[in-house]
Design a protein around this ligand. Structure first.
Ligand code: MN3
Length: 209
């Protein structure tokens, strides 16, 4: 399933999106065991919980995943729906933000936008690491497009830039469950490996508006 199919699927009940690669493909930077927990248990739990909450919400369960996120955002009585729907979306986006033999550096239009927005690719890397390692507690680090410029932002818990005017290009999950099996408590090592070995710059470029 492509990322766009996942984001726009309306087929309630939702199912766990398949990974865009095999769970052994990102080794040794991300282990199969991490995918067995992070994808097959954590991501699955968000899908299962979302489906349970939508069973009794006929006004939302005919909508796409993205529409559900927008309609439940900032509504205290729908916090559970928002949290689970956004986590389903964020995780799928995260899987697509990585690839086998990823990392290296972007090229073309994306590289020139990075250079213009951050002063250079090195500076981008440092700022992304800084954001990802200083997100307190659970959350996400993102490279986003705002008009013709790029920004690095971090969000807490399930929060996602798609509820704002910031258009995501890639994200990195910095919840502990994302790195604890492979990196234990060393979030900075995980973030460095995400940038050096895993990030999928073609996916990022394909998301440019
Ligand atoms: Mn996660």
């Amino acid at each position: 399933m492509t990322f766009s199919q996942v984001a726009n699927q309306t087929s309630f009940p939702f199912s766990l999106p398949t990974l865009p690669y095999d769970k052994t493909d990102l080794m040794p930077h991300m282990s199969a065991e991490t995918f067995e927990y992070h994808h097959e248990k954590h991501h699955q739990a968000y899908v299962t919980n979302l489906n349970k909450l939508l069973e009794s919400n006929a006004s939302l369960n005919t909508e796409s995943l993205e529409k559900i996120i927008h309609l439940s955002h900032n509504k205290p009585d729908m916090a559970g729906i928002f949290n689970n729907a956004a986590q389903v979306w964020n995780h799928t986006f995260f899987w697509h933000s990585m690839k086998k033999n990823g990392g290296s550096s972007p090229s073309g239009k994306l590289l020139s936008m990075i250079e213009k927005s951050f002063g250079g690719f090195e500076q981008f890397t440092e700022q992304f690491k800084q954001a990802a390692t200083t997100q307190f507690g659970s959350g996400w680090a993102w490279l986003v497009q705002v008009g013709n410029a790029l920004e690095i932002i971090k969000t807490s818990n399930a929060d996602t830039p798609i509820t704002s005017n910031k258009h995501p290009l890639i994200c990195c999950d910095v919840w502990e469950h994302a790195y604890y099996i492979d990196y234990r408590n060393k979030r900075p090592d995980f973030v460095s490996s995400f940038l050096k070995d895993l990030v999928n710059w073609e996916f990022a470029e394909s998301n440019l508006k």
